[in-house]
Design a protein around this ligand. Structure first.
Ligand SMILES: Nc1ncnc2c1ncn2[C@@H]1O[C@H](COP(=O)(O)OP(=O)(O)OP(=O)(O)O)[C@@H](O)[C@H]1O
Length: 687
């Protein structure tokens, strides 16, 4: 292992041979292919040089790209810190509740455990591209997520980064490209990378340098042509850039920080072979730049397979090979699984074997061959344990000593946020407003509010002051409509943004509090403008008190109501993180609040009367009525008599006494629900 000062001076484009400085493992008796320590220049690997250039017809002239790349490297070169990833006996299980029969568990334990990963061992070094192969469901994604320190639940075994177990110290040096592209669909490619650059690049860089860096990535990934197109996709399936371009944007987001350790989950899934080749060339170029790159891949072509330096092959969560990609066939031949043809794609051959299929295996009379799939898999697992595992362990043990000596203490900058809290808030707010501008002021929403306000204005058209019952009906409608509407909008906020939040928080991009405040502030324009339009129309059409002061107070109460209702929606969404469940619960809650609001039932049985005290609609309704009908307000109650409005039965039983108490209760609710939403988010997110 290199001394630290030597490590940190590795230029981004160092050769893998320089990056790999480790001792040689002893060959294990029986099979010669056990040297996992070096990138061996096999004929396969030599061919890879042809792939280093990115063949992209959409790329900018090389001079632009080269200049941009030079800028990028000069800005971030010092942040590249080679990381050796070692994983030893990594195992992972999940537990499921057992099915009940006649109310009883079939087995003694109420849960059963399923092993997903079993004792996976390997090493990935700077400059190397390591691929995880295996059939679908073999545990590749689980292993990748565990290695990136992002797997929920307990992972047994040891995972170290330069000999250290602590992911927090290297969190911001790790890039993770998930299988599904988690991107904002309405932002353009340029905006996506610009905002990420503003959040992820160190505060030592100026805004211009950050944007310049984003430009360089766009050029380098051949995204210049589509830089101003929306990313697309998402739940509403917006038409945007192609799947391959979207994948490149995802990779670009991770390239921005010049990660020392890059994980990619099936970066080529669903892409044509040329685009897959292009993406893997980019990935390989990143590895050759001194990064440690680990990727899962489903069914690589032989061209792609040749790009890998190492492979880890899984079968039902158990490793059957872990080592040099170029020597896998030699190893398989040695353990009696020689291919029947000369030109076989090693990846196909490996996947067949991992599935327990030996159709393409040369028949050798001297070697005993199992027929059933389970025995074949078992035989491969046993061979791995006998031939490869001891050498891997020995290599890890030997290098552990070097790593501890060479890794030194983590840099203080590794644990710091890249940007200040205020900067995060500003960028997140701007990004949120830009992303949600369509949904916030969509024509449909405006139409919805306008039509309901005009309809209610017509229904209550110039309602006479003596028709108290009708007027309080309009006020109650105000409080209920603007209780439902913002609540159901707010419910979607966190469940829909969860994947993005988890992804960005896992990368240490921002404080949860800055995100939370930005999200709340970002929603305000829509939450406040629409009710203002509504009240302005319905109030005057409905013939409520023609006083500007009363109108303004009514509007303020409505806006207050909207904020409280939004808080409940945010809290329900954050607690349940499931739109369907949250919507169901919200409907029940609002129904209860509506019934207990004080309009429909004036004399509730005492044992259930408490419901009205938790209903924000009740307080809002009381305030609206209190403002509309001051203490000494009178109405014509027949026979030429004038009666006090507050003595009207529907108002009297509301018990309007001290309106400030209602304001205080609503304020408590306003703060309380938001605190609950924040705490629920915090508990469900990476810290
Ligand atoms: N949280 C979970 N709950 C239930 N099953 C899980 C969970 N996580 C993983 N599994 C199961 O573990 C196995 C491995 O899953 P994983 O996603 O790692 O496989 P994979 O090799 O990446 O598959 P693919 O190539 O299809 O993406 C699968 O059978 C999957 O169903």
């Amino acid at each position: 292992m290199m001394p630290p000062e030597q490590e940190s001076n590795i230029a981004p484009n160092i050769s893998p041979a320089i990056a790999n400085r480790t001792g040689d493992a002893e060959p294990v008796e029986g099979c010669p292919v056990t040297n996992n320590n070096k990138v061996i220049p096999s004929s396969d690997n030599n061919n890879n040089n042809n792939n280093d250039a990115i063949h992209d017809e959409h790329r900018q002239p090389t001079t632009t790209a080269a200049a941009a790349t030079a800028t990028r490297f000069s800005i971030l070169q010092q942040s590249l810190r080679p990381i050796t990833l070692k994983f030893e006996d990594v195992s992972y299980s999940i537990s499921f509740p057992r099915k009940k029969k006649n109310g009883c568990f079939l087995h003694q334990e109420p849960k059963h455990r399923r092993k997903i990963l079993s004792s996976v061992t390997g090493v990935a070094r700077p400059g190397e591209l390591t691929a995880m192969l295996g059939p679908s469901g073999s545990g590749k994604t689980t292993l990748l997520t565990a290695l990136a320190g992002r797997l929920d639940g307990k992972v047994s075994g040891s995972i170290t980064y330069n000999g250290r177990h602590d992911t927090a110290a290297v969190k911001r040096k790790i890039g993770f490209v998930s299988q599904d592209d988690v991107l904002y669909p309405h932002l353009t490619v340029q905006e996506t990378l610009n905002y990420a650059a503003m959040l992820r690049l160190p505060k030592t860089l100026t805004k211009e340098e950050k944007l310049q860096h984003a430009d360089a990535i766009i050029a380098e990934l051949g995204l210049t042509r589509c830089r101003n197109s929306p990313v697309g996709g998402g739940v509403s399936i917006i038409r945007g850039i192609s799947g391959g371009e979207r994948k490149r944007v995802s990779i670009g987001l991770e390239m921005l920080i010049n990660p020392s350790l890059l994980f990619l989950d099936e970066p080529t899934s669903g892409l044509d072979s040329t685009t897959a080749q292009l993406i893997m060339s980019v990935v390989r170029g990143l590895a050759r730049g001194g990064r440690t790159v680990v990727t899962t891949i489903h069914q690589p072509s032989s061209r792609l397979y040749r790009m890998f330096d190492k492979v880890v092959v899984l079968s039902d969560g158990q490793p059957i090979y872990s080592g040099q990609s170029g020597r896998v066939m030699e190893y398989l031949e040695c353990i009696g699984y020689a291919p029947a043809f000369n030109f076989v794609n090693p990846a196909d051959f490996l996947l067949d074997l991992a599935n327990g299929i030996v159709a393409d295996v040369k028949h050798d009379d001297n070697v005993e061959h199992h027929e059933d799939q389970a025995s074949i898999k078992q035989s491969l697992i046993s061979s791995y344990k006998k031939n490869l595992y001891p050498a891997l362990k020995e290599e890890i043990q030997r290098n552990n000593i070097d790593s501890v000596i060479s890794s030194g203490t983590p840099r203080s900058s590794d644990n710091q946020w890249n940007t200040t809290w205020w900067e995060q808030l500003k960028v997140l707010l701007k990004r949120g407003l830009q992303e949600r501008r369509h949904e916030s002021f969509s024509g449909l929403r405006i139409f919805q509010v306008l039509s309901v306000s005009i309809l209610s204005g017509l229904l209550w058209w110039h309602c006479d002051h003596s028709h108290i019952q009708d007027q309080v009906g309009l006020l109650f409608f105000f409080s209920i409509f603007w209780g439902f509407f913002p609540l159901f909008n707010a419910i979607f906020a966190f469940p829909l943004e969860r994947p993005m939040l988890v992804k960005e928080r896992s990368s240490g991009m921002y404080h949860l509090s800055s995100y939370y405040v930005a999200r709340m502030l970002g929603d305000l324009p829509m939450e406040l403008v629409l009710p203002t339009i509504f009240v302005s129309i319905s109030y005057w059409m409905g013939g409520l008190k023609p006083s500007v002061v009363t109108f303004v107070l009514t509007l303020l109460i409505m806006l207050f109501n909207v904020l409280v209702s939004q808080g409940i929606g945010l809290a329900l969404g954050a607690i349940l993180m499931d739109v369907k469940q949250a919507t169901t619960l919200a409907s029940v809650t609002m129904l209860v609040f509506l019934l207990a609001g004080g309009y429909y039932i004036q004399h509730m049985p005492p044992f259930i009367e408490w419901l009205k005290y938790v209903s924000f609609s009740h307080y809002c309704y009381k305030l609206l009525v209190g403002v509309q009908y001051p203490e000494n307000d009178v109405y014509d109650c027949g026979h030429g008599l004038l009666c006090r409005v507050r003595d009207f039965p529907a108002i009297k039983c509301l018990g309007i006494e001290n309106l400030w108490e209602d304001v205080a209760t609503l304020t408590l609710m306003l703060i309380g629900y938001r605190v609950v939403a924040y705490l629920a988010l915090r508990m469900g997110q990476p810290h």
